[in-house]
Write a protein that binds this ligand. Structure first.
Ligand code: A2P
Length: 342
């Protein structure tokens, strides 16, 4: 047997986007064994160059690309693109890791957080593995260990989601509006339904018949699927906030067995992917800017027992939505796939 590590033909679909760009950075940072790298985007970006590991790679048009020979395809170009092209890549022999919501709720597509249910990666009859939504991702990195030890019955969560979750155009809109308003100019919302700078918007993704938004229901559906437990109740509110990078979540859990603050801190401190930042003093808690932005961990602070429930616990969970919430987990899933062949 050769000691040489196998390398892979990796395709990044949506390479010019906010998540795609971070996927490339993380593949390089983690020294993923990339043999050939193919960068794909829409026709308008084709021909452009992106640097990877010091080398310039030309962006190609997805529509005219032949996926034969691709080993692992990381998709982050929206649900429509995934629905059309992911099955074609899978049929050509690639393992697709899809960041959109196109396949997340299909029974024959595993939905995987690398620290929570990595064993599911291997169960992919369609050759597609789904990457969870950013809000669910960070919440479950922190809550799964508590669920396993104490049994979570109910989760109340309010999210404070940064604009980068809406892609490059959303980042640009927050920057533009902030500049315009500070310059006493009129603003015109384009990417968001109302002004996002200096404002909060309790509306992410489409409204559904039950009055919740799709972003909120993702927290319900994905939590139950990833933890493999349909009995867990989730009551979500999702809010867009004028932060560039990093989602925050105010979470209250109700558990079958009581969890004390000390026990929660101790368990979380030894849980993979989690960092506890919980000093009861000014700045002794995680925020998107001071902790999450540009880093890999899921940060947990403000751990308190619920005053209104004998088995309730409050937590404040913060993480970089583009990294752990999307690109990092996708690369971690690719690492699990790559490890199968070693
Ligand atoms: P492009 O830059 O050519 O539009 P974001 O979420 O930051 O907006 O990024 C979306 C990513 O998905 C971009 O890389 C974008 O490429 C890509 N994309 C969007 N629509 C398509 C499409 N129809 N075919 C291929 N790539 C697409």
């Amino acid at each position: 047997m050769s000691n040489e590590q196998r390398s892979f033909h990796v395709a990044v679909v949506g390479a010019t986007g906010a998540v795609g760009e971070t996927m490339l950075a993380i593949l390089a940072e983690r020294d993923f064994p990339v043999g050939t790298l193919t960068l794909l985007a829409s026709e308008r970006s084709a021909g452009g160059e992106i640097e990877f590991n010091g080398q310039k790679v030309i962006v190609q048009d997805l529509a005219s690309f032949d996926p034969a020979g691709v080993d692992i395809a990381l998709f982050s170009a929206g649900g429509g693109v995934s629905r059309e092209y992911a099955p074609k890549f899978a049929a050509a022999g690639a393992v697709v890791i899809d960041n959109s919501s196109a396949f997340r709720y299909d029974d024959d597509v595993p939905l995987v957080v690398s620290e929570v249910n990595p064993e599911q990666v291997a169960k992919r009859p369609r050759g597609i593995i789904a990457n969870p939504n950013c809000s669910t991702m960070q919440m479950l990195v922190a809550l799964a260990p508590l669920h396993r030890r104490y049994g979570i019955e109910r989760i109340n969560v309010a999210t404070y989601q940064s604009v980068s979750g809406g892609g490059r155009s959303a980042l640009e809109e927050l920057g533009r509006q902030t500049g315009q308003l500070l310059g006493f100019q009129e603003i015109e919302p384009q990417r968001f339904p109302v002004q996002i700078a200096f404002n909060l918007i309790p509306h992410i993704d489409d409204f559904l018949d039950n009055g919740f938004t799709k972003e909120e229901m993702k927290l319900v559906w994905e939590t139950q699927k990833i933890l493999g437990d349909d009995s867990i109740l989730v009551n979500p509110t999702a809010v867009r906030v004028p932060v560039f990078y990093g989602h925050s979540e105010a979470v209250t859990i109700e558990t079958r067995e009581k969890v004390t603050v000390e026990a929660a801190r101790e368990l979380l401190a030894q849980s993979p992917g989690v960092e506890v930042v919980d000093r009861r003093e000014a700045g002794g808690y995680p925020t998107p800017v001071t902790h999450a932005s540009g880093t890999d961990a899921v940060y947990v602070g403000r751990i308190r027992e619920d005053l209104s429930h004998p088995r309730g616990l409050n937590l404040w969970i913060v993480s970089d939505n583009i990294r752990k919430g999307a690109a990092l987990n996708a690369v971690q899933l690719a690492e699990l796939v790559a490890a199968e062949t070693r």
